[in-house]
Design a protein around this ligand. Sequence first.
Ligand code: NAD
Length: 435
Amino acid sequence: MFVRRIAVIGTGYVGLTTGACLASLGHDVVCADVDADKVKRLTAGEVDILEPGLADLVAEGIAAGRLSFVLGAANAVQHAPEVMFLCVPTPMGVGGVADLSIVESVVEEVRELLPVDCVVVNKSTVPVGTAERTEELLDRADVAVVSNPEFLREGSAVYDFLNPDRIVVGGRQQDAAERVAALYAKLGAPTVLTDAPSAELVKYAANCFLAMKLSYVNAVAELCDRLGANISDVTEGMGYDKRIGQAFLQPGPGWGGSCLPKDTSAMVQLADAADFEFRLIRATIDTNTRQRQRMVEKVRLAVTGKRNGSLSRRKLALFGLTFKAGTDDLRDSPALAVAALLRQAGADLVGYDPALKPETRHPDLSSVTVADDPYEAAKDAEAVVVLTEWPEFRSLDWSRLADSVRNPIVVDTRNLLDPAVARRAGFQWIGLGKP
Ligand SMILES: NC(=O)c1ccc[n+]([C@@H]2O[C@H](COP(=O)([O-])OP(=O)(O)OC[C@H]3O[C@@H](n4cnc5c(N)ncnc54)[C@H](O)[C@@H]3O)[C@@H](O)[C@H]2O)c1
């Protein structure tokens, strides 16, 4: 295997995982970030995101002299990289379009500094046409641009990076694309070598499909509620069909996180710009917005006994605030979206999440008081609302919880708990799509 000198720009979920995993595969990696404190902490081996195995890989990489951290992309280029990965944010911009300003500013920063024959790889999720735009901005005939979208999931980022379902690499210059694909050769994954627009579109098409699957199952769960069918049996019956599969068939309070909301919006904008109205994705987004409101309606009915009852000053305990279990990421969390609607309806909210501390600060967390103990969160609550699928909620002492709440009602928006256990403990259990 060729050992390559690699620069990774951005040390978030994707960048730090990419850097640490490529170092573990034997490459010589320097990672850059604009956050000076983060660079200092990473240099000392301190990883401040919750990702199983990541801190160990970072420590191993540093100890082996294969992984280092610097402030700013320009300093990473001093390392004379043969390949430079862009792993910076591409957030939702005005009107739902992907905001590429950070990608563009990094390209501008390194444009004149990149060594001859370097390959710039876009791992950030970017709209079709970004590789071409990057080539124009770079204006360097000796530097190739390649798209290599990332598919890792937060909470299992290292595992997913090292055990990918597939590697997708696209670029105008075949040799540059092959050089990037070769970095992953040891992983033995199926590799799709293509042009840049196709590689860029794979990422959006895949994420939109996943969002569509979730909106679909949430809509089917709503139908189950109305028709008296059981969503667990319906999805089990669907999932044995290999064309459908069991994954992504669990109903919930709506999809969220740092990727699906921005990527579905960007896809709609991308299609609009190409004069194609992608109604399927618009409906997917609308169904998701409605799903959050539907959770509030469930809580309202459970607590007040009326469809239009008031939640004003009603204390609710929210179990789970992160966007999914296994991560401490709160970005675009459906739990926080539901919390915001409950707060808007006047409820007083105390939340508990295994990944958060009472001192955790986040702009979307302002409406929730965070407790560091589920029993304390539940004290005098008029309902417990399960919003994130943390498995440890199943093994809480539900009898003790029943003693400390004001009303033993649990609205389980993830169908996480065993209803029989909750009922035995004295709770009225309300799930999604369950008769
Ligand atoms: N998080 C995921 O699960 C996931 C999965 C696949 C793809 N992606 C895509 O990967 C990209 C990065 O996502 P993320 O979740 O890792 O983001 P993140 O917010 O966790 O990390 C981004 C990092 O980039 C740094 N940064 C910002 N501007 C910079 C600059 N000018 N120079 C150097 N560093 C800079 C930030 O300080 C931060 O540390 C996005 O396009 C995202 O859509 C994310």
